[in-house]
Design a protein around this ligand. Structure first.
Ligand SMILES: NC(=O)c1ccc[n+]([C@@H]2O[C@H](COP(=O)([O-])OP(=O)(O)OC[C@H]3O[C@@H](n4cnc5c(N)ncnc54)[C@H](O)[C@@H]3O)[C@@H](O)[C@H]2O)c1
Length: 432
């Protein structure tokens, strides 16, 4: 099939390359000239395991193309996937849909034969209705069908998640589009993915509901961790004991910092705001948002306690700054709140991240990047394990930290408190 992915970010690039690997002709379009220029040279602008190899393979066999020409790419394709960003509005909590609606206006200029137009971007319920309205102002409804096909991949596991999804959700009542899309996704369905055909509005809501539920699970266990810290109970025991119940499940039930990333923070706000528009109060989700927004302040308070209230001139090392491991994505990472607060209190921050130095911290006084774990931890008074990279799981702290009174605050509960005690390391973890 001939596909066009509009927006070549995490979702557009990963799903585009995976579709091409399944034998489709795919054009990945982006208006970012620099990004497309890099991709044409085989340089991958994001960090995602195994992505580079797959891009190169499919670019070489010409099933995968990159372009900045939206009109031409749409004309050449039968199925158009909209994969542009839907960030939080600058003034408010709702989703900013300007990128989506701009693309809809572009698409309507280039429809001369039947096209399926798919929103893969995460969009509030009824956005598909709006897109249909925009396009039908210039194009007969017989020439297009607007379908919702939300994407559930996770950064860091994106190729695997796209190729082996739990489910493929297709929101359309149009039989012809459903048949074509069932065929497109048949290689994934034959490997075990469930194919779920719903109304367009239901598909839109399934995506937000799923993300809001996962964010709720994380926030639930984070709050229980706060309680555990006061009653000498280990939160890891609670996670295991609860998670073994198949009705609950152990995933997304590990306490840690505030949830971050490009999806959960914005999607929880967007679903709550769009429900308000329909005069429905999603109070559980609103309290999750509130609790998560307070989480970094609570952790900062704990850092002050660990340092006995003396933060000024303390060397604090962050191991990992991205919101989770195996990605270079800094969007809404909790350290974007924590590092500036610590700097304001006079701390000196040094960090190491396996995906390299971050532009956002360049030129900030008293924040520096180290090129290795050992050089990052060397002069630390406090080491904060912020992101759960495998690289951080077996560090010989005693050998490499020069200040023998150093402390560790492990936000991911990677290490065993007992073993740290044996080594006489002052070790603090979440929820214990
Ligand atoms: N990142 C994830 O893990 C993930 C997972 C599932 C769903 N989603 C959803 O998918 C959507 C995209 O997310 P992302 O993380 O890939 O975003 P992104 O910011 O990484 O990529 C979006 C791309 O769209 C391009 N773009 C914007 N307007 C354009 C236009 N008019 N023409 C051509 N290109 C244009 C931008 O230049 C950018 O490269 C969002 O709605 C997001 O919520 C993201």
């Amino acid at each position: 099939m001939k596909l066009c992915m509009i927006g070549t970010g995490y979702v557009g690039l990963v799903s585009g390359v995976c579709f091409s690997d399944l034998g489709n002709d795919v054009i990945c379009v982006d208006w970012d000239l620099k990004k497309v220029g890099y991709l044409k040279k085989g340089i991958i602008p994001i960090y995602e395991p195994c992505l580079a190899e797959l891009v190169l393979k499919n670019y070489k066999n010409t099933r995968l193309k990159f372009s900045t020409d939206l009109k031409d790419s749409i004309l050449k394709s039968d199925i158009i996937f909209i994969c542009v960003g839907t960030p939080t509005k600058k003034n408010g909590n709702g989703a900013d849909l300007s990128q989506i609606f701009n693309v809809a206006k572009e698409i309507r200029r280039s429809i001369s034969k039947f096209k399926i137009i798919i929103t893969k971007s995460t969009v509030p319920v009824t956005t598909g209705d709006e897109i249909e309205k925009i396009i039908s102002r210039k194009v007969s409804k017989k020439l297009f069908s607007v379908v919702s096909n939300p994407e559930f991949l996770r950064e860091g596991e994106a190729i695997r998640d796209f190729t082996y999804p739990d489910r493929v959700v297709i929101g359309t009542n149009d039989k012809k589009s459903n048949k074509i899309l069932k065929n497109l996704y048949s290689p994934l369905v034959s490997k075990g993915a469930k194919y779920v055909n719903t109304s367009r509005r239901a598909a839109e809501l399934i995506k937000y509901a799923s993300n809001a539920f996962l964010a709720t699970k994380i926030t639930f266990i984070n709050e229980l961790a706060n309680l555990c810290e006061k009653i000498d109970v280990n939160i890891e025991d609670i996670s295991i004991g609860m998670g073994l119940d198949k009705r609950i499940g152990g995933r997304f039930l590990r306490a840690g910092p505030a949830y971050g990333g490009s999806c959960f923070p914005k999607d929880t706000k967007a679903i709550a705001t769009s429900a308000d528009k329909f005069k429905t109060n999603l109070s559980v989700i609103k309290s999750v948002i509130n609790s998560n927004e307070n989480r970094s302040s609570l952790l900062l308070k704990r850092i002050f306690e660990i340092l006995n209230g003396k933060v000024k001139n303390k060397n604090i090392c962050f191991l990992g700054v991205t919101f989770k491991a195996n990605t270079d994505d800094m969007r809404d990472s909790s350290c974007l709140t924590m590092i500036p607060s610590l700097i304001n209190k006079g701390a000196v921050i040094n960090y190491f991240d396996p995906t390299g130095e971050k532009n956002i911290f360049k030129n900030i006084k008293n924040v520096s990047f180290s090129k290795s774990i050992n050089s990052a931890i060397k002069d630390s008074d406090l080491i904060i394990i912020h992101t759960e990279w495998n690289d951080f799981k077996s560090i010989n702290f005693k050998k490499f930290v020069q200040n023998k009174k150093f402390k560790i605050f492990d936000l991911r509960n990677i290490y065993s408190s007992a073993k740290m005690k044996e080594q006489k390391i002052k070790y603090f973890a979440i929820g214990c």
